[in-house]
Design a binder for this molecule. Sequence first.
Ligand code: ATP
Length: 240
Amino acid sequence: QSAAHALAIDRLEVHYQGITALRGVSLQIKQGEIFTLIGPNGAGKSSLVNAVTGIVPSTGSIEFGGREFNRLPSYQRARLGVIQVPEGRRVIAPLSVLENLMLGREALGARKGDVQADLDRVFALFPILAERRQQLSGTLSGGQQQMLAIGRALMGHPRVLLLDEPSLGLAPVIIADVFRAIRRLNEEGMTIFLVEQNARLALETAHRAAVLEQGRIVKQGEADVLAHDPEVEEHYFGQA
Ligand code: ATP
């Protein structure tokens, strides 16, 4: 009911044949914040993102802008502005950068309005994509593909942007570029839901955070508080 909550997730469960990936997850994402979900491999982070965007079915409630939304098909959620950047980027390799962006725009809602303005916004955020607009996406570097995956999502005018492991497999300098772009989008007013294995980076970037383990939220709070939590440091800061 509160518009201050972009997303209110209540008792969400995801089951695959025989496997329970989420066991009653309740979370609230506030309008205008960066919220991050950290946790080990297989904790259910991708399942949560996919449940919110409707790519996997879930039970429980998801309110978006105060309205129950968990019965809607994925394309309608995208049209309302809940859009994800999938894990592993998934750009369409044999199509050009421009074609991927145009396809994103259609797939995410086929909006009327100014296509060029939408492209200009993506190109302002990631100038390299403007330079490479005719290049086949499969020949881009991993970092450029990640930028394209974000750009494609932006073509759908997200109000909440969900990013699943945007740092995966990228070199540190490229990760810094991608995260700078994420912060900039947030500063322009976009609500961000960030799933990351790199807990240190995620907690540096986010306002609030939760830790997911075996399908359950085991901790949540202000990101800078969690960043100094001894258990978080011990379990999640090992590698980075
Ligand atoms: P990762 O970082 O490896 O992606 P994760 O925290 O995102 O991990 P999920 O991918 O959501 O976790 O997986 C949660 C659990 O559900 C795991 O046990 C996983 O093997 C299982 N799982 C995920 N997708 C499916 C599926 N399509 N069918 C069956 N089981 C699945």
